[in-house]
Design a protein around this ligand. Structure first.
Ligand code: IPE
Ligand code: IPE
Ligand code: MG
Length: 244
């Protein structure tokens, strides 16, 4: 503890707060299975948790929150689970968008959209437009998101810019400007719930220098208090970014 405190003093102190937190919300299925319930019950409970965490963020000093809702690999699950997840997502944004907007939340989505239902795509675009002026919390939902897919789509966009002569020698900034997250700050902290210690294709470019926190808590059990505890400990970390 003394060593940690000393380190905090040399790295900005315990009041260093992450501005952008990204969360791999994992463990819904296990949470339900442990109780003998269908996996979708866990996903529904998980969506309730998202609401609470979103509400808690501004008071915890978090201005950007990115959550992983559905990966490019999650299509491998049963049709029932995939359709159920899509329905929960659609209902969530339909029902919550208005209230979130009133609380100053700007909602955006990352991931490939073409594989989603066209009506859902239209709903997502209209919510993004409606909340574009909000600044209290930037909430980004990753849906049909995969980091490798995002990088491949970004590379294709960049190639078009090169072909048009808009870019000559592509730089890191040129590629970043072609990602779904163009204009977003990189996450300071990535949290994964449920005890799995892998990244599962989440923000490989953007999280290159993020801090990681792995917690055994399953997502439906993850409360604003858990988040507050993790944010407090974040202040003790030393971030060097390759320097000394
Ligand atoms: C996370 O929970 C939600 C999604 C991946 C959509 P899981 O559904 O992966 O839950 P576990 O890992 O099976 O417990
Ligand atoms: C990652 O969780 C994707 C989301 C949380 C949306 P998964 O449960 O799909 O990841 P793996 O399969 O355990 O790596
Ligand atoms: Mg999982």
């Amino acid at each position: 503890m003394a060593a940690e405190t000393a380190q905090a003093l040399t790295t900005g102190g315990a009041d260093q707060r992450p501005r952008h937190v990204a969360i791999i919300m994992d463990g819904n299925g296990r949470w339900a299975t442990e109780r003998g319930w269908p996996r979708l019950v866990g996903h529904r409970r998980g969506a309730e948790r998202v609401k609470q965490i979103v509400r808690a963020c501004p008071d915890l000093g978090v201005n950007w929150l990115t959550v992983y809702a559905f990966s490019t690999e999650n299509w491998k699950r049963s049709t029932e689970e995939v359709l159920g997840l899509m329905k929960i997502f659609r209902r969530y944004i339909e029902r919550e968008a208005e209230g979130m907007s009133a609380e100053g939340v700007r909602l955006r989505f990352i991931g490939g959209r073409e594989r989603l239902d066209p009506k859902l795509q239209a709903l997502m675009a209209s919510i993004e437009a409606r909340t574009a002026g909000n600044t209290r919390l930037n909430l980004t939902v990753a849906i049909n998101y995969g980091g490798r897919d995002e990088l491949a789509r970004a590379a294709a966009r960049l190639a078009q810019k090169v072909a048009r002569g808009e870019v000559v020698q592509p730089t890191e900034d040129d590629l970043a400007a072609c990602l779904d997250t163009a204009g977003h700050p990189d996450p300071d902290l990535v949290i994964r719930t449920s005890g799995e210690t892998r990244v599962s294709n989440f923000l490989p470019w953007q999280a290159a220098y993020s801090e990681y926190e792995f917690t055994p808590t399953l997502w439906p059990d993850f409360t604003p208090d858990h988040l507050a505890g993790i944010l407090d400990r974040f202040g003790l970390r030393e971030r060097r970014f390759g320097g000394l």
